[in-house]
Design a protein around this ligand. Structure first.
Ligand SMILES: NC(=O)c1ccc[n+]([C@@H]2O[C@H](COP(=O)([O-])OP(=O)(O)OC[C@H]3O[C@@H](n4cnc5c(N)ncnc54)[C@H](O)[C@@H]3O)[C@@H](O)[C@H]2O)c1
Length: 293
């Protein structure tokens, strides 16, 4: 995918693989890609979910489901190689599968740390290691090499506690993406990292430790009334890829907060500390009342 491609050719007939494609943002990316004419492999740990997503799409592109655990390097390599064997190339890899744990860090076991590192960091590394060499080879022929899109988060560019392990992994994904982009560009390969704030997906209700409640954290604590719609994010993501942008930080208030944080990091860290204190009060009230904070 290069800047020179006419917009209508950006995704039509492209060969894509989306990890975590069975739910939320991944499913929305699949729908957007197929609507734009791409042929998409919907890869997910949850095979039934991947099949539901693949079965529900309407053309002009196509979608087929595969079961894939991104923590299994050999399986990720096999899934990518299979796309190349079938179609002769892989144009787009979306390293999107991710998990979260929210709560006090002393409640995290080493198993939690290992699990989130395995999925959110190693899962992305496995995708890059499997697809990037193919894309470099494709780019060496003078055509477009391909594009890698990694789903990080606002948590990858700003740091607030109670999702500390998640923030660590997403910072790693942002670092990998931005660094790789600087060496991949000369080889015809694009890299874009997605850094959305809260998006309405099932993840908001997963991974809660102790009395922590993720949905409350993301909405009440941040003063956000409604999370971003996943299909809106997917459309923005494809536009960012088509324009070969390094990062997508969305929505606008998140972009403003990020820029302020870059200008004044100490201020941002103090604000995040206050945010954590407010969260603890909200979550305590929620636990006492037995209902939403
Ligand atoms: N929803 C948000 O608020 C939000 C905000 C910023 C970033 N993100 C990121 O977006 C990505 C997608 O999250 P989502 O919100 O759609 O969550 P989701 O829970 O709806 O979807 C995640 C999908 O990943 C799959 N998955 C989990 N572990 C896997 C593994 N080992 N191998 C393959 N698939 C696996 C799950 O089965 C699920 O289908 C994640 O990386 C997440 O961190 C989400």
């Amino acid at each position: 995918m290069t800047q020179q491609d006419p917009p209508q050719d950006r995704f039509a007939g492209r060969q894509a693989l989306v990890t975590g494609g069975g739910s939320g943002i991944g499913a929305a990316l699949v729908r957007a890609l197929v609507a734009a004419g791409a042929d998409v492999v919907v890869a997910d740990l949850d095979e039934a979910a991947a099949q539901r997503v693949a079965g529900a799409v309407t053309g002009p592109g196509t979608a087929r489901a595969v079961q894939l655990d991104v923590t299994d390097a050999a399986a990720v390599q096999a899934a990518v190689d299979e796309v190349v064997e079938r179609a002769g190339r892989i144009d787009l890899l979306f390293n999107n599968a991710g998990i979260t744990f929210g709560g006090e860090t002393e409640d995290l076991s080493l198993e939690h740390w290992d699990a989130i590192i395995d999925v959110n960091i190693r899962g992305v590394v496995h995708g890059v290691a499997a697809a990037y060499p193919h894309m470099v080879r494709q780019g060496a022929t003078g055509g477009p090499g391909g594009h890698i899109v990694n789903t990080a988060s606002m948590g990858g560019i700003m740091a607030a506690g109670l999702i500390t392990s998640y923030v660590m992994t997403k910072h790693a994904v942002v670092g990998l993406s931005l660094a790789l982009r600087t060496e991949a560009a000369a080889k015809g390969v694009g890299v874009t990292v997605l850094c959305p704030a809260a998006v309405e997906t099932p993840i908001l209700d997963k991974g809660h430790l102790g009395r922590f409640h993720g949905r409350d954290y993301y909405l009440k604590g941040q003063g956000v009334r409604r999370p971003l719609d996943a299909d809106v994010l997917a459309a923005q993501a494809l536009a960012a890829v088509a324009a070969d942008r390094p990062m997508l930080v969305t929505p606008r208030p998140a972009r403003v907060a990020w820029r302020v944080g870059r200008l004044a990091p100490s201020f941002a860290n103090r604000a995040a500390t206050r945010f954590v204190a407010k969260q603890r009060r909200l979550q305590a009230r929620r636990a006492t009342s037995g209902g939403p904070a």
